[in-house]
Design a binder for this molecule. Structure first.
Ligand SMILES: [Cu+2]
Length: 191
């Protein structure tokens, strides 16, 4: 779908992004104060009981700006920034667990994809469904208060997944329609 943005919409988008960035700093600061099993932060406020997770644990926060701006024509989100933030961007190879908390107002998920040598995070091609190709999916957390694949993580809840990762660069994405384009991706490096 081709989207044409007016100057006003672009300005609004930039403004919303700046506001969200400011909020993110506040939110991350607040989350950083929380203590959860296996490490501090990124788990505060989750309605799910955190399980024992094996290997190195990376906490991930999923966010969106919320509000009516999220409900554009056709039900597709536009103009509102969404973020997928990893508590730390590196981990040792081997068993790695992700504890993924949705701090947003709509369902989200986290899918693990490998990055090829020259591939840049955030540049995957979008299909007609506004999703990226995830046939090389190495694992995902999309199950509310549960492990692995499901129907999406509800707002205020968490999902988790444990995988074995070789050294390399990986991209964590939310692949619900439109969410990747709205900014839900981040890079992690496995050493
Ligand atoms: Cu999402």
């Amino acid at each position: 779908m081709t989207r044409v943005f007016s100057r006003a919409q672009v300005a609004l988008g930039i403004g919303a992004t700046l506001v969200l960035t400011g909020l993110s700093v506040v939110v991350v600061g607040a989350l950083g104060g929380g203590i959860g099993p296996g490490g501090a932060g990124f788990r505060s406020g989750s309605s799910c009981t955190a399980p024992e997770l094996s290997g190195e644990v990376i906490n991930v926060a999923l966010t969106n700006s919320g509000g009516p701006i999220m409900n554009g024509s056709g039900g597709m989100p536009h103009g509102g920034a969404m973020r997928l933030i990893a508590e730390h961007a590196t981990a040792k190879h081997g068993t790695v667990s992700f504890f993924v908390t949705n701090g947003g107002s709509v369902n989200h998920e986290m899918v693990i994809l490998a990055l090829q040598d020259s591939q840049i995070v955030g540049t995957r091609a979008l299909g007609g469904d506004a999703q990226v190709d995830e046939t090389s999916n190495l694992g995902e957390a999309s199950n509310t208060c549960g492990v692995g694949s499901g129907a999406g993580i509800l707002p205020g809840a968490s999902g988790w997944v444990t995988v074995s990762l070789a050294p390399g660069r990986y991209e964590l994405v939310c692949n619900l329609p439109g969410h990747y384009a709205a900014g839900m991706y981040t890079q992690i490096t496995i050493t």
